[in-house]
Ligand binder design. Structure first.
Ligand code: ZN
Length: 252
């Protein structure tokens, strides 16, 4: 047994493969690879975003099935020194989120979460981002108010990425703002209503949600404002419009 293990690591090292790594990963997407395999993108707890080849994953009786989008697994993989693609060697499914898959609206929100995480993440480890992503999936799976779950996720995401919103003082004249303010996505916070810079009028209820996001009762006016503020801020930071938003808007 020991001899076999040693022999295997010798051949792996010869092929430029690093020692095996074990972590948790959530599937962000995949593409077909050759006749029977898949290249799977995971957001992992310990290694940020990774792309791995799952050999034979499209066969009916594959050890990797089901590798569906948003499913949560414990994976073992090998990195190669010369490539950014790794080789997936084991995959044990932890959760598949069946309630999200049953509901077309939740599917659309889930696809948006996956595309957003893909757009903002790198191979750098961020346990905070992984935990936020997993928590949002648990809420989507168990709770009904998907829209507010997503708005709370977006608010926390901006914080984790270092783009936390400034909501107390005017970003131009520094005055403390109690009323008559607007939100400017490029500046990342509130400014006085009289400044010539563009801005979105927001209510105190909206500002309170952004300060302390959570799944709570929210008026339809606030929902509209939150959507505008958060999606404009995210668009500003990632520099593109996500494709999943078109699908989401079509079913909303
Ligand atoms: Zn001002």
């Amino acid at each position: 047994m020991l001899f076999t293990t040693l022999l295997l690591s010798y051949f792996r090292a010869k092929r430029g493969e690093m020692p095996p790594q074990k972590t948790q990963g959530i599937v962000l997407g995949f593409t077909d690879w050759h006749e029977t395999s898949k290249i799977v993108t995971f957001y992992t707890k310990d290694f940020g975003k990774i792309r791995g080849v799952a050999k034979g994953a499209r066969r009916k009786k594959s050890k990797f099935s089901p590798l569906e989008i948003l499913s949560h697994h414990i994976i073992v993989f090998y990195k190669r020194e010369d490539k950014d693609l790794c080789t997936l060697s084991e995959c044990q499914t932890k959760e598949t989120f069946p309630n999200i898959r049953k509901d077309v609206k939740k599917v659309a929100y889930g696809a948006y979460l996956a595309e957003l995480i893909d757009a903002v993440s790198t191979s750098e480890k961020s346990e905070a981002l992984f935990d936020l992503f997993l928590k949002a999936l648990h809420f989507l799976e168990r709770r009904e108010d998907s829209e507010i779950i997503i708005r709370a996720f977006e608010t926390r995401l901006l914080d984790i990425l270092g783009f936390g919103l400034h909501l107390d003082n005017c970003l131009i004249c520094k005055k403390r703002l109690k009323e008559n303010f607007k939100f400017n996505p490029g500046l990342g916070g509130v400014i006085c209503i009289h400044h010539p810079q563009d801005g979105i009028r927001i209510s105190e209820e909206t500002r309170n949600f952004l300060r302390n996001p959570g799944i709570k009762k929210t008026s339809s006016e606030t929902r509209k404002e939150l959507k505008t503020v958060l999606q404009n801020s995210i668009h500003y930071h990632i520099g593109k419009r996500l494709k999943s938003l078109d699908f989401l808007e079509a079913i909303e």
